[in-house]
Design a protein around this ligand. Structure first.
Ligand code: AFP
Length: 305
């Protein structure tokens, strides 16, 4: 069985490999603390959302782990107003605990990381890698450094708690099976409601668990589309460009899919603020381009784009 350390050996730059290995081991620490860090705190994050103990604990574990690698010049987080500074080539943006409102119901949770080569905030075109953790029946790490999307599962209890290769070079299935869009249906901008009704007409099944990582992971494996649309009362959507949308857009692209804000590639967005949000539609390229055209009108595309 191939483990993460040997798989990374000749497939990723040394500093990215170091980050991924340290994130993997730190995720075990976060997972073990989950049953004991579920309460709400009085804290509020820069997006105005109440923070749970696990939001803060995961933020501390990952930020300190990343900075201790000596490869990271800053760590920006959904849970911090300002980045923490370190030394190194990489700039990391993270959502340390995605889905914390799902803790009380023991739903799937996650962590999301974007690895950038420029000071934050910056566009996804400066991303050199991305990763997400799922805390579910299995603890898994999925990442890309630009050469495919690969998933590893924690084999806790085995010597050294290794992460074992579960899937190499994932490709989003061409036949879409599932869809999930956040927000109230009555709040969706009109083209989205029409689009979703057409999906049901094509036999796609609703899969929406309220955690981006979990809902995205199903689209990655089964084909389809996930979205947190522009809403009538939230025209810029809910998901943060740097910490959530762009990292998952890079993974989607490297798995043969596409991520749009309803008008353009999410990776081309130039956020002006760390916590800037965007409408987001990602998954099977055909479906995403279809909803993009319904929202923004058909665009002339360069041949082969
Ligand atoms: P929490 O971290 O506050 O639970 O929010 C999770 C999230 O940012 C993302 O993971 C989900 O896709 C989205 O919010 C769910 O939003 P709704 O609760 O509005 O459906």
């Amino acid at each position: 069985m191939t483990d993460l350390k040997s798989f990374l050996n000749d497939r990723a730059p040394a500093d990215l490999s170091r980050l991924l290995l340290n994130i993997a081991s730190a995720s075990l620490q976060v997972r073990r603390s989950l049953p004991f860090t579920t309460r709400l705190t009085r804290g509020v994050n820069p997006s105005g959302e109440r923070q749970t103990e696990i939001d803060l604990y995961a933020n501390e574990v990952f930020a300190s782990t990343l900075l201790a690698t000596g490869t990271v010049s800053e760590v920006a987080s959904e849970e911090m107003a300002e980045p923490r500074k370190g030394v190194g080539r990489l700039h990391v943006a993270m959502d340390p605990l995605d889905g914390s409102s799902n803790i009380a119901t023991n739903n799937l949770l996650g962590s999301i990381f974007g690895f950038y080569s420029a000071s934050l905030p910056c566009s996804g075109e400066h991303m050199v890698g991305a990763a997400f953790i799922t805390y579910g029946p299995m603890l898994t790490l999925t990442y890309t450094t630009g050469a495919g999307v690969h998933t590893f599962v924690a084999a806790e209890g085995r010597e050294g708690d290794p992460f074992i290769l579960m899937e190499e070079s994932s490709v989003i299935p061409s036949e879409p099976e599932v869809y999930g869009l956040g927000g109230q249906r009555s709040e969706w901008i009109e083209p989205v409601a029409t689009f979703v009704s057409s999906l049901e007409g094509r036999g796609l099944k609703l899969r929406y668990g309220g955690t981006f990582v979990g809902d995205f992971n199903q689209v990655l494996r089964r084909g389809g589309i996930f979205g947190y649309p522009a809403l009538k009362n939230k025209p810029h959507g809910k998901l943060r460009v740097l910490y959530e949308a762009a990292p998952m857009a890079l993974i989607t692209k490297n798995a043969g899919g596409y991520a749009s804000d309803g008008a353009r590639d999410v990776l081309s967005i130039e956020p002006s603020a760390l916590a800037e949000t965007t409408p987001l539609y990602l998954g099977s390229a055909g479906l995403v381009r279809e909803v993009e055209a319904m929202i923004s009108g058909p665009r002339a595309r360069a041949p082969g784009s």
